[in-house]
Ligand binder design. Structure first.
Ligand SMILES: Nc1ncnc2c1ncn2[C@@H]1O[C@H](COP(=O)(O)OP(=O)(O)O)[C@@H](O)[C@H]1O
Ligand SMILES: [Mg+2]
Length: 330
């Protein structure tokens, strides 16, 4: 396969009472090798469930009702959704790792940083000696710019700041040299200065390693700082996808334009706080036409009648909007 990860026709449903409700609708994504790929959209658009589906970690009652996810592992191509529990555990943390918005949800308050780093190592390298684990843990803390690594190893999570904890999460996520790092809003809980430092760190790590990063965020400013390619999610669908320069300079979807206006700072320039009027319709409450129609200033009658297809409008640039293409979703 050409890419590191290929998602085809992914559908995720949940149960509401006895009925199935669609949350993610026929998503296709290709993540190339050594690429930083952004997934952007407001809260509730399906970004996190997509990442959780890749990791095979969807919480009940969510489930994958269709689609496949192929991954180019070190040992050859695998179909992630068909792996048994043991095989997926071998991939998780070793080939594919994930970092979350809240480091405290992944770090255990009752264990030192050292114990948690060793655990991540020992799971995939049972033969490693204590000294080897310590060397590797210290090396990783150095790489994420933790000032006093030895002291930090002996610390408990509550003794560290949010920025330090997020660095440690990144160190743990990268400790086994994964080929794919899924970062779900990794800087959203941090203040602006620390956020910039963490983003810089992630960029450096990508340069130094053979790792692809999927950066999930609600903020196009974060995408501009970190990504090469970006997919815009809205109401469980991709509505626009392009490389970052193209998306910023030739923005095609009115939703993406709204997200752009909502960016508070880009390249140091700060702007008025803007939010797109209205809310993201939840799963099960999608209209038959364009799902953004109710919030779109350029909505026409046609937009309410039929759903536009995701169409290539220029090489490598896809958009789902009748302003750009007449094509209707099949
Ligand atoms: N555990 C869950 N149970 C039921 N619905 C969920 C659950 N997790 C997410 N959802 C729903 O799935 C949709 C997508 O959620 P999510 O992927 O978390 O959005 P995002 O990460 O883009 O903010 C939302 O409508 C959300 O309410
Ligand atoms: Mg999310």
């Amino acid at each position: 396969m050409n890419n590191l990860l290929e998602i085809r026709n992914l559908r995720i449903t949940t149960l509401r009472g006895k009925s199935k409700v669609l949350l993610l609708d026929k998503v296709d994504l290709d993540i190339p090798h050594k690429c930083s790929f952004g997934i952007v959209g407001e809260s509730g658009c399906g970004k996190s469930i997509t990442a959780n589906a890749i990791m095979n970690m969807l919480p009940y009652p969510l489930s994958i009702s269709d689609g496949d996810i192929r991954y180019d592992s070190r040992n050859g191509e695998v179909e992630l959704l068909k792996l048994d529990k043991k095989a997926i555990r071998a991939i998780r943390g070793q080939e594919i790792s994930m970092i979350f918005q809240e480091p405290m949800t992944s770090l255990d308050p009752i264990f030192t940083v050292e114990m948690q780093m060793y655990e991540a190592l020992a799971f995939h390298h049972p033969a490693m000696t204590r000294q080897e684990m310590r060397d590797r843990a210290l090396e990783m803390l150095h790489r994420v710019n933790i000032p006093r690594p030895e002291q930090t190893l002996a610390s408990y999570p509550h003794q560290l700041s949010g920025g330090q904890l997020q660095r440690i999460m990144i160190a743990i996520a990268l400790i086994n040299d994964p080929r794919l790092l899924l970062a779900d809003e990794p800087t959203t809980a941090l203040d602006v200065t620390i956020q910039a430092q963490i983003l810089r760190l992630m960029n450096d790590l990508k340069e130094q390693n053979d790792t692809s990063i999927v950066m999930i965020t609600h903020d196009l400013g974060v995408i501009a700082e970190t990504c090469e390619e970006v997919a815009v999610f809205y109401a469980g669908q991709i509505v626009e996808q392009a490389n970052v320069m193209e998306l910023f300079h030739h923005t095609a979807h009115p939703y993406t334009l709204g997200l752009l206006q909502a960016v508070t700072s880009l390249g140091g320039e700060s702007r008025m706080l803007y939010t797109i009027p209205g809310i993201v319709p939840p799963g099960g409450q999608w209209s038959q036409g364009c799902r953004f129609a109710d919030r779109c200033a350029r909505c026409t009658e046609r937009c309410r009648e039929a759903m536009p297809a995701l169409t290539e409008i220029s090489p490598g640039h896809k958009c789902r909007c009748f302003l750009n293409s007449e094509e209707v979703e099949a």
